[in-house]
Ligand binder design. Structure first.
Ligand code: HEC
Length: 185
């Protein structure tokens, strides 16, 4: 019989334990675990901004916002590359009456519905359940992140391929207004 293990065990011990009791539907080689990519905390100033925000969205939103999930087009999962997430210049089902709004509108928190809903405690709040306070750390970092996209976007919007352009940790990326992602060379 398996012996009990302390609830205080480190996340890595609990993860390995999960492998042993068959919690995962794919086989995981224990010695590879250290090489897996890791989510980071939103306040971790040593990590790239993209990683901090995308980790937060994965942890707090991706259980609903994923293909086949809640009524929306974007995908909050960290494993989906930013350029394919439908977030930057991503189209909306409900623009909340804000003209030109997007899931995230580069450089414009007022027109970024993801931001507006994250900072809300009203009818539009996200997550919609069990939320009675705003995560001010997250809201601040997300605003900072949205604003990193502004300068390049402003200079290139409307040019060539009608791209909204954003700067990311991995370099320069572009997402077409029609929400069909492409890398601009
Ligand atoms: C429990 C499930 C659930 C969670 C968790 C959740 N959402 Fe949502 N979200 C929904 C549902 C359902 C809708 C569509 C209905 C509505 O407008 O409220 C929605 C709509 C949205 C929309 C508008 C989409 C559009 O195209 O109009 C945004 C943006 C959004 N959520 C952001 C977030 C963010 C950011 C988080 C995490 C901080 C989050 N959501 C967490 C269920 C969820």
């Amino acid at each position: 019989m398996e012996s009990a293990y302390p609830i205080t065990a480190s996340p890595i011990i609990r993860f390995v334990r999960g492998i042993h009791v068959g919690l995962f539907d794919t086989s995981i080689i224990e010695t590879n675990i250290a090489t897996f990519s890791k989510l980071v905390h939103i306040t971790n100033a040593l990590a790239p901004l993209d990683d901090r925000v995308r980790s937060y969205l994965d942890s707090n939103c991706a259980q609903c916002h994923r293909p086949g999930g809640a009524q929306a087009f974007f995908d909050a999962r960290y494993d989906t590359p930013l350029i394919n997430q439908g977030i930057i210049n991503g189209l909306l089902m409900n623009s909340l009456g804000i003209e030109g709004a997007r899931v995230v509108k580069p450089g414009d928190t007022n027109s970024s519905i993801l931001f507006q809903r994250d900072m809300s405690l009203g009818d539009i709040k996200m997550p919609p359940l069990a939320k009675n306070m705003v995560d001010t750390d997250a809201v601040g970092v997300i605003a900072q992140w949205i604003n990193t996209f502004s300068s390049i976007t402003n200079s290139l919007t409307g040019s060539l391929c009608q791209c909204g352009i954003g700067k990311s940790a991995g370099g320069v990326l572009a997402i077409e207004r029609a929400n069909r992602p492409r890398i601009c060379k």
